[in-house]
Design a protein around this ligand. Sequence first.
Ligand SMILES: Nc1nc2c(ncn2[C@@H]2O[C@H](COP(=O)(O)OP(=O)(O)OP(=O)(O)O)[C@@H](O)[C@H]2O)c(=O)[nH]1
Ligand SMILES: [Zn+2]
Length: 356
Amino acid sequence: MSNSKLEALGWDDWFAEHAKIDCHSAGTYGRVAAVDRELFLLINESEVFRAKLSGKYRHGSVSSSQLPCVGDWVCVEKAPADQFGVVHCIVGRRTSLRRKMAGASVDEQMVAANVDVVFIVQSCHYDFNLKRLERYLVMVMDGGAVPHILLTKTDLVEPEVLSAQLAQIRSAGIDAPVLTLSHVTKEGIDELQRVLLPRNTYCFVGSSGVGKSTIINELIGHAALETHGVSGTGEGRHTTVRRELIVLANGVMVIDNPGMREFGILGAGGGIEASYSDIVSLSSQCHFRDCTHTNEPGCAVLKAMESGRISADHYDNFLKLRRESEHHQASYAEKRKKDKEFGRYIKSAKKDLKGE
Ligand SMILES: Nc1nc2c(ncn2[C@@H]2O[C@H](COP(=O)(O)OP(=O)(O)OP(=O)(O)O)[C@@H](O)[C@H]2O)c(=O)[nH]1
Ligand SMILES: [Zn+2]
């Protein structure tokens, strides 16, 4: 089997290596284009087909993040005559975009896997918010994807407003690429097109109404729509499927995302460091190695804040995110432990029943 078409979907040596380690079942590889409860819509080099989890998989996994999500590569078995394929396992994720589950639960929810670039979309008209932007940045970087910032609806604000927002982004020490665009004037759309590369997967996140769908529709239009034949199977874009990986005719892949109000920042450890690199690099000059940068003598971070080198807002955000992250991580670890214990309990109970 040639993998060249799989490569068009983003498959590469990295995944091939991980597949060798992670999958021990016979089968081929497919990428998850959509998830509809227990059913997975997969694409591979030759077809779009539906698949279910193997019984072993279903009974073995406990946390929702271990289930395949949009963008995942899975090992799947399917004979030509079978209606459904059977998914045996997930190939290791190169990047993952996660959010904390809505509500009090500390479960993490996979938004998408193996996304190369995440566009954090904010409208410069009423939606622009630096703190929220920083949260998204932390989250994206924590999952290993590259963040890009996309400010939309530039036709609705004066140029000065836009430049003030850009200045705010830069003075907060954010160095992610920033694109601006308007769907009305079409300014910035060509620049966006230039950033998008074939074989790469892009995801758009941001509050409801900032223009994510408008952008994706625009991209689909430009690429003379080719929704990987999904519509051919009657599974058009307007079904109940919530998130979908779309392969544009130019080979670019985009993941459509419903509005995300509650973007928790589970496990934002590594991400915090990348987003607050100025604070992190100052820490090396603190007197104490384990300085918390809150009240220690000889703290380089506090000193930089007093002298105005870093803004109080930026510093406060850093502390707040660190606290939240620690909290989520602690409660998540606790929950994982309980899940595991529960899993073991179920297993031993089943054995007892079977009289093993
Ligand atoms: N003035 C102006 N309006 C825009 C622009 N882009 C999108 N809109 C409008 O903003 C509204 C919301 O756009 P959507 O693309 O549906 O927003 P969304 O981010 O996909 O929202 P959800 O699907 O709820 O997450 C629509 O009425 C669009 O026509 C723009 O550049 N300028
Ligand atoms: Zn310090």
